[in-house]
Every structure is written in structure tokens, then in C-alpha cells.
Design a protein around this ligand. Structure first.
Ligand SMILES: *Cc1c(COP(=O)(O)O)cnc(C)c1O
Length: 225
């Protein structure tokens, strides 16, 4: 993973940096949801953040989230859980049951599985289509040139409403052009939400319109697994 370009650490510092970036961009900070990415960290690390008022959390594995979150959710009503990692179609059932938002919708087979579970469970997590803005072969996501058709296919083929887009810029490139491209694709498709920006680059994503920033290590410290 990237080393943070800045020395922003701790949730208070991250919140302050979001507020500063919003002020610089002329945006209202209430338009940016901070998702605390808690993957690999246990309840003992998460509880103090909930006590500090944090409500939105992100995980990248269904199995890990399923083991960790139901007890926390039972103790703390009103939490918002975001799936930010790649999702296998055979995990759609568990994902729809557990998560309030899924940021990694990127192929028709997954859309089909999600649509089926939405209907069966009467639950509709907020959906983001993941865009592979760098066209990286090893990375998930829809290629930018296929994004418009994919969004239409989600809607017309599966009855799924895509609320926004998510991107993870290539680790070795400046993130700004990737945020700009993602914002442009969202705008021309009438999508309002943008999930972009991680520990190393969330202040850069805010002027491009990020509505959800996914911040892990700057809040929790570095991951050892
Ligand atoms: C782990 C992860 C993050 C958070 O990364 P940090 O660099 O620790 O902030 C954000 N988005 C996705 C998709 C991730 O997997």
C-alpha cells in the first residue's frame, strides 16, 4: 500500500483534514462521508471510534465482516457498513444481508446475484460501480470505456440502480487524473455519489467531488496482515 503522503493520523486529524479540504474546495463537509476502513482490526480498535461518533465503517472481506460486525451492530444501532473489496457472486447473499453499501459492483454476473438477493431479502444496499480507471489487468472494475453501457445494463438488464462510482487509482500514479475521470463518468451518467480517496490521497479527492472517502491506516495505524 501507499505510504501516506501526509502525516495525517488519527480520526480527529482525518476529520480536520476533510474539513480543511472542503473549505478550500468551497464544499460543505456534511457532503463527505468518512468511511473508517477497519479491515484486519478487531472490535477493541473499533469501539473507541464508535464512542467518538464514527458511524460508517468499511470492510473488504465478507467472511471477516460477518464474524466481526453483527455483535457491534447489536450494541450500536445506526452504524453503516460498507463493502469496499472485490465481491464474488456466491457471496452476494451474505453481502446484501450485512452491508448498507457495496462499492465494488463490476460485472453482470454479480448484478444478477445482487438483484436476486435484493428481491429475496427485501434489502437494497446502496450500489457503487467500481471503475478501473488505470486499466490495470490485475485490478477489478469496469474499464472507463465500458462504464456507460455497464450502468445502463445494471438498470435495464437487472433493475439495479447504481448510485455512484468508486475508483482506486494505480499506486504509482498521481491520483488526480483518476479522480477527474471518475467524476466525469459519474456526471455524464447522472450519478451523484463518488467513492474515492484513501489515506494517502483523500484530500486530493475532495475537490473532485468525493462524497465518500475510504480511510484505513490514517485512522487505525498500519495493517500488519
Ligand atoms: C484498504 C482499503 C482502503 C483503505 O486504505 P488505506 O490506505 O489504509 O486508507 C480503501 N479502499 C479500499 C478499496 C481498500 O481495500
Amino acid at each position: 500500500m501507499n505510504a501516506p503522503a501526509t502525516s495525517i493520523t488519527g480520526i480527529d486529524a482525518v476529520r480536520a483534514e476533510i474539513a480543511r479540504a472542503c473549505r478550500d474546495a468551497g464544499r460543505d463537509p456534511s457532503g463527505v462521508t468518512l468511511i473508517a476502513v477497519s479491515k484486519t482490526f478487531g472490535a477493541e480498535a473499533i469501539e473507541p471510534l464508535i464512542a467518538a461518533g464514527q458511524r460508517a465503517f468499511g470492510e473488504n472481506r465478507v467472511q471477516e465482516a460477518k464474524a466481526k460486525w453483527p455483535p457491534l451492530q447489536a450494541r450500536h444501532p445506526g452504524l453503516e457498513l460498507h463493502m469496499i473489496g472485490p465481491l464474488q457472486s456466491n457471496k452476494a447473499k451474505e453481502a446484501v444481508a450485512l452491508f448498507d453499501a457495496i462499492h465494488s459492483v463490476d460485472r453482470p454476473s454479480l448484478c444478477e446475484a445482487l438483484a436476486k438477493e435484493n428481491a429475496r431479502q427485501g434489502r437494497k444496499p446502496l450500489l457503487f460501480a467500481e471503475i478501473n480507471t488505470g486499466g490495470e489487468a490485475q485490478k477489478a472494475g469496469v474499464l472507463p470505456q465500458d462504464a456507460d453501457a455497464f450502468i445502463v445494463r445494471c438498470r435495464d438488464g437487472y433493475g439495479l440502480s447504481i448510485a455512484g462510482l468508486m475508483c482506486i487509482p494505480p499506486a504509482d500514479e498521481a491520483p488526480a487524473p483518476h479522480f477527474a475521470l471518475t467524476a466525469k463518468i459519474a456526471a455524464r451518467n447522472g450519478l451523484k455519489l463518488l467513492s474515492m480517496g484513501m489515506s494517502a490521497d483523500f484530500p486530493v479527492a475532495i475537490p473532485f467531488g468525493a462524497t465518500h472517502v475510504r480511510v484505513g491506516s490514517a485512522i487505525f495505524g498500519s495493517r500488519h496482515t
